[in-house]
Every structure is written in structure tokens, then in C-alpha cells.
Design a protein around this ligand. Sequence first.
Ligand code: BG6
Length: 483
Amino acid sequence: MVSRVIPVDDFDLVIFGATGDLARRKILPGLYRRFRDGQMPPEARIIGAARTSQDADAFRAFVRGAIEEFTPPDKQDGDSLTAFLARLSYVAIDARGTEGWSDLAATMRPKVIQAFYFSVAPALFGDLAERLHGHNIARSDARIVVEKPFGHDLATAKALNATLAAHFDESQIYRIDHYLGKETVQNLMAIRFANILFEPLWNAQYVDHVQITVAEQVGVGGRGAYYDKSGAMRDMVQNHLMQLLCLTAMEPPSHFDPDAVRDEKLKVIRALDPVRPEDIVRGQYKAGEKTAAYLTDVEDAKSRTESFVAMKVHIANWRWNGTPFYLRTGKRMRARMSEIVIHFKEPPHSIFDEDAGTKPNVLSIRLQPDEGIDLSVTIKEPGPGGMRLVDVPLDMTFAEALGADAADVPDAYERLIMDVIRGNQTLFMRGDEVEAAWRWTDPIIEGWQGRNDRPVPYEAFSSGPEDALMLLHRDGRRWREVG
Ligand code: BG6
């Protein structure tokens, strides 16, 4: 298969917070890979902006280090790295003061696409936006990119939206949820809407339940201070799992265009029933053999923040009435595994003996690792012995089915940044979507606070607390194994 890299138009991309962790790990190495693949036009420019007072050469040395550390060796080479670094410049800037702004204004070129990546604390969004306008830097067609956390609750998300809206039109704002940039997440839309096979069955009549799992092996590591104020609910469910839920449950949009898709996702969020306290399990990981407990990681022995959450969610609409969606995410779980699994119902009437052993079909969409799709189907076990049924997987691991092209998919950030330059907002969250997600999340968190709810401890590198298993057992179902 031929890999099709379509170059984007010429651009100036300013990264505020260019010396920060996200820029170092994701944004800059991602841009390099797009450059090396020939997707970035040779004249495009990346302007680092941060408080650190340094010159362009020092910034280039920093970027070289970041690329060497975060790009696989077979995806880097000296020539393209030198050419990429030549596209970089640097402006020392004070987001809350005056220093550096006229330098930045002088650096920007007219006519080419303008994008400003706010890779800084949300408290600075307003200052940056004001100065970009005050110094006449941002044109009316400039794009700005902002990261999660987009607010801490509904009130703060609304305030952030209002701050941005004071300076930019919604069509200029790109709110990143990097899960939307993952290859398989987009594939979910292709599977649902480019095949006739699944859509007729994609409803409460044929789907028994859906499981969405995002399990990680890592702990909260050095991010304890941030994480302890968020917890799994704010850090993962309100955004990443919510987006997976929306794409799984939404109605077919009329077109694959940004607002058509986002309108449908918004309808799903608005149709979510409040979650009953008994339908949620929260957990905190214990110490492992060589790993610290959550409470040690966040240095607060009394913390009541969850590092794991599992819940049963209902979508109150015609399509999904009566079909539960079980969501679960946690740190320090047995394996790193993200998947969406559709458990279909049994055929309405079985013509086979009960002991023939029939099992319902299961469609699993794996986001990571080994991106792919797997459909279990029941067939006759080969050989003599009468009609004995057995489940076999129709497995399509993309790397096996599509070869190098699949193994070579761009990382979520690479894809999303290129979408910003292309001006395509489909894989970005709209302001009303983010607010609707908080509107649903807030009462859950307030409920925990009101009841002084404590997360239950769970073994490190396990599938989470026992109670989470019970959440499904109680309904006569079971989670897929993590791992
Ligand atoms: C981030 C969360 O948004 O997503 C992290 O803040 C989490 O806590 C990460 O580890 C998971 O992303 P991925 O792409 O590694 O699954």
C-alpha cells in the first residue's frame, strides 16, 4: 500500500510554553516526524516562546535533545534533523508583561497560516489572548490550540470558554483531546459508518452492553501534585472516556464534517442519565513490590482522590435504552490496554442443544497496544463429534493486515497539529461539548465530596478493586481481562 502524505500549506506556528514537558515529549518530536515525512512545507516555521531567556541556538539544542530522546532511532536522521532545526526560532516572552511581544510581532509573516499553541497553564490563556490582539499579532483567521485540563469543573470551563471567546471565534479554537487523534478512534467512525454490516445491529435491540476500558500500568509518577487535584474522573473520564463513549454511541452524522460530528457527540452527552452512587466504584492503588502506593506518590496519606474509577452509564435515548455502557480506567493496572468492546446479544432462538456451547458475538476495537479490531464469531468445531460450537476470532490487527503502513501511523499529536494547520476541527472538542461533559461530571464528584466517599484500595498491577468486578457480576456480566 502506498503511504499518502499530503503536504499542508505554509504556516507560522508559535508554541507558548515551548520549553515545557508537553512540547519536549510530544509537540516538537511530532512536528519533526511530520517534517521528515514531507508533510510540513520546507518554508514553514516554528517559533518557540517561553519565559526562559535564551537565543535560538540554545532552543535548537533543546529541541534536538527532545527529538533524539522521544523519536525512535529508525525515525530520525541527521540531515532532516538539521533541516528541521533550521525552521525554528525563539522569542523570550513574558505572558503577563510586555517583554518579547514586539519581537514576536516582527517575526510573524503575513499571509501564511497562523497557529498559536497555548501549551501553558490555563490561567495564562487570557493573558496570551489579550496580548496577541493588543500587539496586533493574531489575525482574524489565526488558530489557537489549547490543551486539557479544560477547566476543573463546569464553572471554570465556562470561564475559560468566555475568556477565549472574548478574543477568538469558536471556529478558531482547537481544544485538544489527544484520544481523538488516535488512529483506532477514527477507525471507529470508519467501521461504523463505512460498513453496512454493523450499523443495523448497533442499538439496544442487538447490543447487550458495551465496555470501555482505558487501563494504564504507570502510576501518577511525578505528576502527583496535579493528579491529586484531579483524579481519574477529571483526568480521564470527563474527556478521553467520554469521547470514546460519544463516538461509539452517537447517531450517524450527515457528513464527516466538524460540526455535524460534534453535534452528534453533544447529543450523546446530553442524553446521559445521572449516575447512581451504587453504579460507581472508585479505587486507589496500593504499593507494589517495587512501586509506591498512590498515597505515597501524592505525598498525602489522607488523600481521597481516585486513581481508578469504574461505572455503569445509561444513555437515555431510543437507540440505547436499556443497554448499559460500563466505563473503567485506572493507573497501576495489570497492563496498558485501551479498548471498546461491543457485546452483542444472543440469537433470539437457538436451534442447537444447550450443551453445544454457544457464545454471543463480541466486537472489540483495540486502541492500544496492537491497534486493531477483533470480532468473535461462533462456528462449528471442526471434526467429528456432532454439532459442537466454538468461538473463533476474526482478528484484524492492523500491523498484520496492512503491514508497514499501519505500523507507521502518526502519533495522535502529529495528526492533530496537522489538522490545525489544515483548519479541520473534526477531531477537536467544541466549547459546548466540554461544558456538557462537565455538567454531567460535576454532580458525580460533588456527590463523593458530600458523602465523604473514600476510594477503596486495590492491588498494584491488578484489574482494580473487587467492587469493580462486582459492578458487572451483579448484572450477570463480566469485564474482559485486562492484559
Ligand atoms: C492524559 C492523562 O491525558 O492521558 C494522563 O492526563 C494519562 O494521566 C494519559 O496517562 C494517557 O494517554 P495515552 O495516550 O498514553 O493513553
